[in-house]
Design a protein around this ligand. Structure first.
Ligand code: SF4
Ligand code: SF4
Length: 411
C-alpha cells in the first residue's frame, strides 16, 4: 500500500505541563478490578501480588498488582466497553521485595522468555513484547525504533519516560537490541516538542533521538519516516522499561504509564498506575478542581468517553482526560459532505461504513474493509455534523470481531 506522509490533520499538542513534571506513582490503590470469567480466574477469594490472576485466551496472564481480598463483583457499563469484574480490596501495603539478577550475560532466549513470563504488552499497539522480539529475530529485523511518538493531544507518558526514567529505559533498550541480535537502535519523538519549554535531549546513552515531523495520525506510519523501513521493529518506551524490570527483578507487568490531564484536573501528571485501578481513584489521586462533564479514557483522539468511572485502567490505557466542556457539540444529521472520506488515512469510506454500521447492516461492512480501520478518529474530528463516526465504526468492528471469534470457537 502506498503511504502518503502528508495526509492527516494538524492538532494542538497540549502536553504541558504534564510532560515537564516528574513521573509519579500510584501503585498501592485501595482496590483493583479483575475481569471476571470464573473459569479463567486462578483464585477467586484472594490474590497475591505478582501472581497470575486471570488467563487470557492466548494463554498469557494478568498479574495482580496488590495482595487483595475479594469484596464484590460489579458490571461496568460504558458505551464502548461493558464487562463484569471482581473487585479486590488491598489487604495490606506491600514491601516490593526485589532480588536483582545479573542481566549482562542473559541470552537471547532468556530475555525473550522473561518478556513472555512477565506478560509485557506494548501499550502503543497491544502486541505482546515477546512476540515482537521473536518476529524481529525470525525476519532479520535489525533496527529497533523506540516509539515515543505521541501525536495525540495531551498524551505524553512515553516521552515522560524518556525524560524522567532514563536509566530503566536505556537498560531496557540494551536488552531488546540484544534479543533482536542487533546493535542498531533509535528513539523516535514527536517533533512538536520543539515548541515546548520542555527540551528533548539529542541522545540517550549514545542512542540517537530522532524528531518525527508530520500530521496526525503519524505514529501509525512511523516506520515510513525511516529510509530502512523494511528493517524496523517499533517498541514502546513503556514496554522496554517493563522488559528491564522483568530481566533484572523477574517482575511481571502489573502497572502501566498513563497521562492524567484535562481542564478539570488540578495537577496534570504522568503516572505509573497499577493495572485494574478504577479511573475514579486515579482522578482523585491527581485531584479535581471541578467536576468534569466528560471523562475520556484511552487517548484524546483514539480514546472513548466513559460514564462509569469504575472503569479499570488496562494495559493500553495511555490517558485519562477529565474535561469541563464537551468537545463534541450536538450531533446533527449527516450532510453527505464527504470530508470523512477525504481525510481517512486508510483510504476507507467512513461515510458509508458509518451508515451501514448504524443501520445494523453488518454483512456489507467487510466489503468496505472495516477491519482496515486504525481507529484514529480523524473522520469524527472533521465531521461538521459531529456524527461520532469513529466511535460507531469502532463498536461495529468490535462486534464483528466477537462474532467471528465465537463462530470460530463454535466450529
Ligand atoms: S477512524 Fe477509521 S474510518 Fe475513521 S478516519 Fe480513522 S481509519 Fe478512517
Ligand atoms: S463528514 Fe460527517 S457529515 Fe460529512 S459525510 Fe462524513 S459523516 Fe456525513
Amino acid at each position: 500500500m502506498a503511504v502518503n506522509l502528508n495526509t492527516g490533520i494538524v492538532l494542538e499538542p497540549m502536553k504541558e505541563p504534564a510532560v515537564s513534571r516528574g513521573l509519579r506513582s500510584y501503585l498501592n490503590p485501595e482496590e483493583i478490578y479483575v475481569p471476571c470469567y470464573k473459569e479463567k480466574l486462578r483464585n477467586i477469594m484472594r490474590v497475591s501480588k505478582d501472581q497470575p490472576v486471570y488467563v487470557y485466551d492466548d494463554g498469557m496472564a494478568l498479574h495482580a498488582g496488590i495482595n487483595g481480598r475479594f469484596v464484590r463483583d460489579v458490571t461496568i457499563t460504558n458505551p464502548d466497553d461493558t464487562g463484569r469484574y471482581f473487585v479486590y480490596k488491598n489487604m495490606i501495603g506491600f514491601a516490593d521485595v526485589q532480588k536483582p539478577q545479573e542481566t549482562d550475560r542473559m541470552s537471547i532466549t532468556e530475555i525473550t522468555a522473561a518478556a513472555k513470563a512477565a506478560s509485557i504488552i506494548d501499550e502503543n499497539d497491544g502486541v505482546y513484547l515477546y512476540k515482537k522480539l521473536e518476529y524481529a529475530r525470525k525476519h532479520g529485523k535489525k533496527t529497533l525504533v523506540v516509539d515515543c511518538v505521541e501525536d495525540e493531544p495531551y498524551v505524553s507518558c512515553m516521552t515522560n519516560l524518556l525524560l524522567k526514567n532514563q536509566a530503566e529505559l536505556s537498560a531496557g533498550i540494551q536488552l531488546a537490541v540484544r534479543a533482536m541480535q542487533t546493535d542498531k537502535a533509535c528513539i523516535a519523538v514527536y517533533k512538536q516538542f520543539d515548541e515546548f519549554k520542555t527540551k528533548i535531549p539529542k541522545l540517550l546513552d549514545n542512542i540517537r533521538i530522532k524528531n518525527i515531523h508530520g500530521k496526525y495520525p503519524l505514529r501509525y506510519r512511523l516506520k515510513y519516516y525511516f529510509k530502512e523501513h523494511d528493517d524496523i521493529v517499533t517498541i514502546s518506551a513503556g514496554a522496554l522499561v517493563h522488559l528491564y524490570r522483568a530481566c533484572k527483578f523477574s517482575k511481571p507487568q502489573t502497572s502501566c504509564f498513563v497521562t492524567v490531564a484535562g481542564d478539570c484536573v488540578s495537577t496534570p501528571y504522568n503516572i505509573e498506575v497499577t493495572i485494574g485501578t478504577p479511573v475514579r481513584d486515579l482522578l482523585q489521586f491527581c485531584g479535581l478542581k471541578q467536576e468534569p462533564d466528560i471523562v475520556i479514557y484511552g487517548g484524546s483522539m483514539t480514546g472513548h468517553r466513559i460514564e462509569d468511572l469504575e472503569q479499570p485502567i488496562g494495559h493500553t490505557t495511555k490517558a485519562v482526560l477529565a474535561m469541563k466542556t464537551d468537545i463534541v457539540e450536538k450531533k446533527t444529521a449527516c450532510i453527505s459532505c464527504g470530508r470523512c472520506n477525504d481525510i481517512c488515512p486508510q483510504d476507507l469510506l467512513p461515510h458509508f461504513i458509518y451508515k451501514y454500521a448504524e443501520s445494523g447492516v453488518k454483512h456489507v461492512l467487510s466489503r468496505y474493509n472495516i477491519d482496515h480501520c486504525i481507529e484514529c478518529g480523524c473522520c469524527s474530528y472533521v465531521c461538521p455534523a459531529n456524527m461520532g463516526v469513529a466511535a460507531s465504526i469502532r463498536r461495529a468492528k468490535k462486534l464483528i470481531g466477537k462474532e467471528q471469534a465465537s463462530d470460530k470457537n463454535g466450529k
